[in-house]
Structures are given as C-alpha cells and as structure tokens.
Design a protein around this ligand. Structure first.
Ligand code: FAD
Length: 466
C-alpha cells in the first residue's frame, strides 16, 4: 500500500498551496522541495520584487514631498538597505510557509524529486523513495535568455541576480518590456540609474489593452525611463566595465552601452530530469499538458503552476494546486478559466487587468461597449495627489455583461479584485452600478467606468442624457 495519497514535487505557490489544501482534505501528503519552500514567488519573484518596488514608490514620494508641504534636507536613497529589507521580507514569508506546512501535517521532504513510476517518487540525494497514489508535478519554470546571449551573472544578469544587486548600476539596459522588465526599469530609475527598456513588440506590456500600454509609455517618458519598442536585440557583448547592446529598430542598428544588462524575456518549463518521459507524460515545448482540472494524460499524474505554461503567475499556480487536490479528493472542482484571472504589474503607475481586452472582445464578435474613467476625476486620487491613469471597462452591450477591466493608476493591483469578481462571475454592469461604493475611495472608479460605458457617467462628462 502507498504511504501517501499525494506527493507533490516542488514547493512554490503551486506546490505548497496544493499541499496545505490536500492536508485539509485529509489526504496523506508529502511535499518534496529541492531548495526553499515558497519557490520563485516567495524567494526570488513576487515578494522580494514587491518589497523593492514599495521602496521605489517611497523614494518617489519623498522626491515630491514639497507637493505636500513637507521639506527635508540631504535626502538620500540607497539600494543596499532596500535589497536587505526585501531579503528579510522573503525570509519571513518562507518561514511562515514552513510553519503552516508543519501545522497542517504535511511531510516536507528535502531533496530533488523524480518520477520513477506512476506511483513512485525517488528523492535525491537522500535516496528515499516515496510510494504514492497520486503525484503532482509543481516544479516551476526556468529563465529564458536570447539565442547567443550567455547570462554571466555579473554584467549580463536575470531577475535572480538583480534581486541581490546591492550597488546601483549607473546605467542598465533591460531586454523585455513585459511585467518584470518594466518593474525593474521603474525600480532602477527611481534610485537614479539611467534605464533603457527594449521591447520587440509594438508596446511595453504588450499583453495589456493597448490604451493601457500607451498610457504607461507616456508616463515612463515623463518620468525619464527610456524605452525602444518594435526593437530587436541583435547582439550583447560584455567586456571591461559593462556591455554593448546592438539593437535593430526602424531599419537602424544603434549600439547602446550600459554597466549591466538585465535579460527579462520570459520563462520556459522546468520539466527536464523529472522522469516524465519514462511515463510518457505529454509535453509541449517542455510544458506539461493538462486538462481543466490539472490531469495529465497519465492517470494519477497531475501538473500545476509554471511547468504547465498556462498563465505563469503565482495566484494561478495556487488555484491550479487547489483544483488538482480537490480533483484527487473526488470533489470535481470547477475547471480553470485562465482568461478571467487577474494580472498585475507593480511599477508606478500600477497596471492590472482581468478578462478580455477591447481588441479581443471585438475579435470574438461581441457587441462591445467601453467606458473609461480617469483617476483625475476621482476625489480620493486627488486627495492623495496621485491621479494619473484610468479605469477602462469592456462590456457586452447585448447582455450588459462585464467582459474585462483594465486599470492603470494608483492601487490598480488592489482595485482589480472587485473587477475580477465581476468578470469571473459574469456579472452585469448593472450589478456594479447598483452596488454602493464608499466615498471617497479609489474603488468608485470601477463603478464610474461602468456608468461611462452606458453614457451615464456622473463625475465625468460622457456625452449627455441616456
Ligand atoms: P515555482 O515558484 O518556480 O516553484 C517551483 C519549486 O519547485 C521551486 O521551489 C523549486 O526549487 C522546486 N523544484 C523544482 N524541481 C524540483 C524537483 N525535481 N524536486 C524538488 N523540488 C523541485 N507572479 C505573480 O503572480 N505576481 C508577481 O508579482 C510576480 N512577480 C514575479 C517577479 C519575478 C522577478 C519573477 C521571476 C516571477 C514573478 N512572478 C509573479 C511569477 C511567479 O513567481 C511564478 O508564476 C510562480 O512562482 C510559479 O509558481 P510554481 O509553484 O509553479 O513554481
């Protein structure tokens, strides 16, 4: 008889959440982790970056303190203590997860897990073999680089090294204008580095609604964060004191010089060496193929998180983890609906969205209405002195259904929660409109955007009587 109902390989936000939920459901659960529980998210991703980005936000607030009638002399902002603080925050969160695993009765096995059979996980270097009814692969992703570009960890770095960079580089080229690229761009610029972001596609944050990307670009320009879009990196050469980056854009091939180059071009699957091939688990370019309830093609073998390549975010990994163990426990959870899940980027102004962009909704043939409400028309944003950006809603006119929300501006990453509930539950704009929002709050913008879409905006002129 198997010793475990479920063995989970990898203790990131996919694996550790799956383990806790499995234990709550009474499943005999083991979690195998090669490094530290919390995975990339707690140790080298979401949490330490957000600690640093909050520092950056404070630095910018101090810089404009005169706007609030507060003056100070000899203002100085150092990156090193910010990095130290971010490491402490990460450490505290990891310890918290270890505590929770213990309290829930999850067996934590330190080492590298590999599927030896459908019901057998071998753990190295301890040579332990775990017998189990079910396995969940939650091994995460691996950082990608560009063809011909070697990460040397000193001049050419990834986010992993950047998170321990205690001395601010005087200049940095960031390859990739996705969430990680723009977050680090904002961070280093806030501390005083000369930043250039290079993005191959037409806009920064190219997966966001185009109006949001354009607004972010305008804001970055105003802040002095340089960027090139529609630009392809041809070559990166590193040498004494820095790197030279040759870029092709608009038929020209300028060469940029910088002390460091941060490569942030995305992630592949961390699926090699897990024994998946021996069981014939189906993969696609390394990503493990799963159905809506995280089942692979092999009965009893599940996969969750970045290794599935669905939507490579921590909260998605966690939800996949809960779904997988509830399926194992026979609860038949709802199938995953990735499009309705929120996405958040923590530069300033913040960006967050859920559901369909306007372009996607039109492509799918919806009878689209949109409403856009600017933060400058919101009392709380004005009171806080942070009123850049807007909330945009995408509606289906026929059924009044909320299809998507796109926010750029103050606390966008918090505001997206209400919007996500509306989109995920397929609510009507009327539901948001008839829900009374506290005043003055930033959340009133969510309701006002829906009103604008109907031509009924109260605090924003949107075209007269309806
Ligand atoms: P991981 O977190 O990668 O965890 C996998 C774990 O498995 C690791 O601990 C690893 O050691 C372990 N492992 C791997 N192979 C084995 C093995 N064979 N045996 C035992 N253990 C193994 N997402 C957000 O939602 N919000 C953010 O703000 C955000 N910011 C980010 C910032 C950065 C700089 C980065 C790099 C990522 C960020 N992400 C963010 C993405 C997020 O970190 C990932 O989506 C998330 O960590 C994926 O979780 P996971 O459980 O699938 O994998």
């Amino acid at each position: 008889m198997a010793d475990h109902d479920v063995v989970i390989i990898g203790g990131g936000p996919g694996g550790y959440v799956a383990a806790i939920r499995a234990a709550q459901l009474g499943l005999r659960t083991a979690l195998v982790e090669a490094e530290r529980v919390g995975g990339v998210c707690l140790n080298w991703g979401c949490i330490p970056t957000k600690a640093l980005l909050y520092n950056a936000e404070l630095v910018n607030l101090f810089r404009r303190s005169k706007d609030f009638g507060i003056s100070h002399d000899n203002f100085r902002a150092d990156l090193a203590p910010a990095v130290d603080r971010s490491r402490e925050v990460a450490e505290r969160m990891v310890k918290g997860v270890e505590f929770l695993l213990k309290k829930n009765g999850v067996t934590l096995v330190r080492g590298r897990g590999r599927l030896q059979g459908r019901n057998e996980v071998a753990v190295e270097p301890g040579r332990e073999t775990l017998l189990t009814e079910n396995v969940i692969v939650a091994s995460g992703g691996v950082t990608r680089t560009l063809p011909g570009v070697a990460i040397d960890g000193n001049i050419i770095i990834t986010s992993r090294e950047a998170l321990e960079l205690r001395r601010l580089p005087s200049s940095i080229v960031i390859v990739g204008g996705g969430p990680i690229g723009v977050e680090f761009g904002y961070l280093y610029h806030s501390y005083g580095a000369d930043v250039t972001i290079i993005e191959m596609l037409d806009h920064l944050l190219p997966a966001e609604d185009e109006e949001v990307s354009v607004q972010l670009e305008q804001s970055f320009k105003r802040q002095g964060i340089k960027f090139m879009t529609g630009a392809r990196v041809q070559e990166i050469r590193s040498g004494e004191g820095g790197a030279r980056v040759r870029v092709s854009a608009d038929g020209r091939t300028p060469e940029l010089k910088a002390e460091k180059v941060l490569v942030a071009v995305g992630f592949g699957a961390n699926s090699a060496g897990l024994g998946l091939e021996t069981l014939n688990v189906e993969t696609d370019r390394g990503f493990v193929k799963v159905d809506g309830r995280m089942r692979t093609n092999v009965p009893g073998v599940y996969a969750i998180g970045d290794v599935t390549g669905k939507l490579m975010l921590a909260h998605v990994a966690s939800q996949q983890g809960v779904t997988a163990v509830e399926q194992i426990a026979g609860l038949e959870p709802p199938e995953m609906e990735y499009e309705k899940m929120p996405r958040a980027t923590y530069c300033q102004p913040q960006v967050a969205s859920c559901g369909l962009t306007e372009a996607q909704a039109r492509e799918r043939g919806y009878n689209v209405a949109t409403g856009r409400f600017p933060f400058r028309a919101n009392g709380k944003a004005a009171a806080n002195g942070v009123d850049e950006g807007f909330v945009k809603v995408v509606l289906d006119r026929e059924y009044d259904q909320l299809l998507g929300y796109h926010i750029i501006g103050p606390e966008a990453t918090e505001l997206i929660a209400e919007a996500t509930l509306g989109v995920a539950s397929e609510s009507a704009a009327g539901d948001v409109i008839w829900t009374v929002h506290a005043h003055p709050t930033l959340s009133e913008t969510i309701k006002e955007a829906a009103l604008v879409a109907r031509g009924q905006g109260i605090h924003f002129w949107s075209g007269g009587k309806r």
